[in-house]
Design a protein. Structure first.
Length: 186
């Protein structure tokens, strides 16, 4: 990076309102807590993600996204996809096609992007929805909702599909989780 371009970065505050800034600020804020429980290999990966997000923010600020290494662009794109999934998780229409369309790519390209991840896009969405449902089932303030209502509000279209997926993931039906927590409610 030439001195002139570096001076541009130093002379102005970096915008937190950009896509990269919106990802970087909470990431850096949560990093110390995550670092306490992370092993050395995971710490290295977390550091790489932070550097990639910062690099993306700098490149966007300089309007030179081509200067980003391919792996950094991939990491930042995955972080943006992750944030999009988190933000729209309760939307029943959220799936690989919706994620791909929002990020202006084909579904095939999206699946290719996830080939080295531990789970597919659809599996990520399903796992996160199940985690939210499990949390809701254990929430005493939500005992007035049926298991089916919890499934529907968390993006599952059919309560029976939710029950099967929940049982596969956790080894028990959601009604058992609810019943166990209902006994402990005040």
């Amino acid at each position: 990076m030439s001195g002139n371009r570096a001076d541009r970065l130093l002379a102005e505050p970096l915008p937190a309102g950009t896509a990269s800034g919106a990802l970087l600020v909470p990431y850096l804020t949560s990093l110390p807590k995550a670092a306490r429980t992370a092993g050395s290999a995971e710490l290295a990966r977390l550091g790489t993600i932070a550097v990639d997000l910062a690099t993306s923010l700098f490149a966007a600020r300089l309007d030179d996204r081509r200067a980003l290494p391919a792996e950094s662009r991939r990491t930042v794109l995955l972080a943006r996809i992750d944030a999009f999934i988190e933000q729209h998780l309760d939307d029943p229409s959220l799936g690989p096609a919706a994620v791909a369309a929002h990020h202006h790519m084909s579904v095939r390209t999206l699946h290719h992007l996830f080939r080295d991840e531990r789970e597919s896009v659809a599996a990520t969405i399903r796992r996160r929805r199940l985690e939210r449902c499990r949390s809701d089932l254990a929430e005493p303030g939500l005992l007035h909702l049926t298991v089916g209502e919890i499934a529907l509000r968390r993006g599952f279209r059919h309560p029976a599909d939710f029950s099967r997926a929940f049982r596969r993931a956790y080894g028990v039906p959601p009604s058992e989780v609810r019943a166990g927590h209902a006994l402990n409610a005040p």
